[in-house]
Ligand binder design. Sequence first.
Ligand code: TTP
Ligand code: MG
Length: 351
Amino acid sequence: MISRKIIHVDMDCFYAAIEMRDHPEWRNRPIAVGGSPSSRGVLCTSNYVARQFGVRSAMSSAYALRLCPELLILPVNMQKYRQVSRAIRHIFTDYTEEIEPLSLDEAYLDVTYCSKHCNSATLIAQEIRQRIWQTQSLTASAGVAPNKFLAKVASDWHKPNGQFVITPQQVDAFVVELPVEKIWGVGRVTTQKLHQMGIKTCADLQKYSLDQLLMEFGRFGQRLYELARGIDDRSLETTRIRKSVSVEQTYPRDLPDLMHCWQQLPQLFQQLLERLERHEQRTIHKQFIKIKFNDFQLTTVETVVHRICIDTYRQLLSTGFVRYQKPVRLLGLGVGFAEPTAIKQYQLDFS
Ligand code: TTP
Ligand code: MG
């Protein structure tokens, strides 16, 4: 299976950086962007000078002023930030169509198939950051890794104005030292629980079996099990017009045979129907199934249809399964949509 190359780009103290760029006289003083302290406002962000005083995003402006009486709190100018965001995203499109914006200042890019710089994601990330600097006079940090989870962790590693690369060979060594609070989806409560269990790093977490983690954390236990090993199969959720909708499930235990795979179909089918509710206006013209075997061999089977039907998935599953006849790790069901006919060409506004 080909390893992916994901870049996570994150602008440095985004709103504050834009204000400093436009007002160089504020560069060396503590500034923040947010609501006014008199109207019980909170801060969106602050520059690094202010952060030295302990000023943080989402902190009440009044409290921030107590920490740092010289703090200059500027009003939010969303229109300006959106404009910069659009310009940055435009740069991304020169490298890939697979872009998942997370917020105005953050995005994942899948550059697995980008031919620039001989497909070096490191050099691509460097060039993107350079172009952001040249065109916007703003700095960005980037993380490069084989998946979204690690790319996001990596973009924080050499922040501000830096980048950090985790190659597939470095994943194992990188995750063992990683504190559990850096794991995607682990918030304050889960961190506390993990710490109480004596689990501080991913190395500690790796000592727990899948069963133990499922028992302690329910479905999230499976995620923890995989993320602690640097495994994250999530694909990018891009903003292009959808060509398909699918659902998939990685099973805690491999499904040993076709019968067991069949048994999973009704549940997956139900999930797919739920996801399709948001796409009622689209015309389905294809059904497909995805099977990942326990050796990560991937196969897909599809057929043209007019109406979605579970029996078709049953047939597709049989066809795909007999190709390799091995235990199955993941099953996915999906539909392909016909080209939207009367859809207006519109400019995607990501904000
Ligand atoms: P972040 O990327 O979280 O923060 P940042 O870019 O300001 O700083 P860093 O260098 O650590 O990346 O968020 C991006 C922008 O989103 C930020 O500039 C302001 C806005 N934001 C809010 O409005 N409220 C919030 O609570 C946070 C965290 C961010
Ligand atoms: Mg940022």
